[in-house]
Design a protein around this ligand. Structure first.
Ligand code: 13P
Length: 248
């Protein structure tokens, strides 16, 4: 399995920031891992142009469940693919919280992404209250079962475990806590996929991954890469995270 360093720019970045993508593409021409940058939709086509002929993949941050139609302001998976996206982040906790996205909707969106030939990066994770209430494993189990569509394969799907309380806070779970959740997710995948597929589907950790803690996180069993927010916004911060994954 090729590990994956993924960056989620969230609602950050204008054309001035495309230089970061050009810098990453130039620096990591011979990358030993997959690299995915998900800028805002406004930059997708230009970013995809800059990433051409490099190992960098460009992805989006959301898509609609339908391929086209009367949905003002929404963007469909085939449109993202047409703009040069190879993947799409789905079910990020910010979308689950800000837009009321349910796991059933996330599964529909992932099905739409697969139909358009996109890799679905499906996010899940517990809130602080759920962690403190010892609900973490129950929550991620429910989210995985309900968010994963029947079309999922190791090639077209990535799961990102992102504890809500670790996103943008500088807090990270302990090694044991990450290992526990990733182990449970890996086991749950065998409910849907055969053993080889379940073993090959990439499980990312996300939440306050930085150059300083990346190597420690990548050493944890069943962590096949990271979904990085703030530290993916500059090549200066994201490059050492990519290098740490290559060395893991
Ligand atoms: P931070 O790396 O900024 O904590 O964000 C993580 C995240 O939400 C990535 O999707």
């Amino acid at each position: 399995m090729r590990k994956l360093a993924a960056g989620n720019w969230k609602m950050n970045g204008t054309t001035a920031h495309l230089t970061e993508i050009a810098a990453l593409a130039a620096t990591h021409r011979a990358a030993q891992v997959d690299i995915l940058i998900c800028p805002p939709a406004t930059l997708l086509a230009q970013a995809a142009g800059l990433a051409q002929h490099s190992p960098l993949m460009i992805g989006a941050q959301d898509c609609h469940r339908s391929p086209s139609g009367a949905h003002t302001g929404d963007i469909s998976a085939p449109m993202l693919a047409d703009a040069g996206a190879r993947a799409v982040i789905l079910g990020h906790s910010e979308r689950r919280a800000d837009h009321g996205e349910t796991s059933a909707l996330v599964a529909d969106k992932a099905r739409a992404a697969h139909a358009a030939g996109l890799i679905a990066v499906i996010c899940l994770g517990e809130t602080l209250a759920e962690r403190e209430g010892a609900q973490t494993l129950a929550v991620v189990t429910e989210q995985l079962r309900a968010s994963l569509p029947a079309t999922a394969t190791a090639a077209n799907t990535v799961i990102a475990y992102e504890p809500v309380w670790a996103i943008g806070t500088g807090l990270t779970p302990s090694t044991a806590q990450i290992a526990e959740v990733h182990g449970v997710l890996r086991a749950l995948l065998t409910e849907r996929l055969d053993a080889a597929e379940a073993a090959a589907l990439r499980l990312l950790y996300g939440g306050s991954v930085k150059p300083a803690n990346a190597a420690g996180i990548f050493a944890i069993a069943d962590v096949d890469g990271a979904l990085v927010g703030g530290a993916s916004l500059t090549a200066q911060d994201f490059s050492p995270i990519i290098a740490a994954l290559e060395a893991a």
